[in-house]
Design a protein around this ligand. Sequence first.
Ligand code: SF4
Length: 271
Amino acid sequence: MSPMPRHLALEVTRHCNYHCPWCYCVWHEFPELATRDLPRREWLKIIDRAVDSGTDDLLFTGGEALLRRDIFDLIGYARRRLPDGELSLFTNGSRLTDAMLKRFRNLRVHLATSLPGLKTYGVMTGTRRTCFPTLALLARAKELRWPMQVSLTATKVNASEFVDMFCAAAFSGAVAVQMGAVMLEGRARNRTDLALSRPEWEELKSAIRALPDSRIGYNFCDEMICACRDDQPTEYLKNYGLPDAPRCPAGRDFGVIGPEGGFRDCLHAVK
Ligand code: SF4
């Protein structure tokens, strides 16, 4: 049995109730990687195999992981197999109820969500939703002493309110904020109209750094194209590549299991 990496993302479903134009899920480009979702018993076998080969950090994601009715079966099982391991869940937040927040807290599952916009939330998610339920969710999670991490993705659409997005996440109760510019992968593969130039992204970073200290931990992801992929157009490499950036851990101590159960090195790549 080949060993699994220590950190493993489980894409437990290909389904999502959002239609984000910047969605990085790899099956928007390669539908053959996600023609079905594995049933519960297969995911349990994968969790067993991962834990038996040394994985001690599992991220449950999708698609929208909370669309699975059996998500607590999967996570509860993972917790029993990994009593001291790291478990986390990434969700768009639309299905996350108060009762679920408490169950995740009891299971010690770290929660992360995205805040893709304020005024632009609907456009950035392809829904008619507003940002307010997400902000209320962050506040409630903090109140329950199980605050959530937040991811912000900068695009041409939300760049003018990006600093406000950071402030809204921070002051609504996020425990940490992770920020990055849109990556031209997945559904965004050909959406160069969404992409920021490297100087535009650097300008947003400077504006965030210039804010008064909100005592919220934050970091920037500087990858604008995925270094794991060898099919990047020359134009992408020229405009968005950052040759000196340290390589992400993909393929070393990080890996992904897709909705069909196939292993990949990276969230954005086929292999
Ligand atoms: S980015 Fe997340 S919330 Fe948006 S469509 Fe993709 S999986 Fe759904």
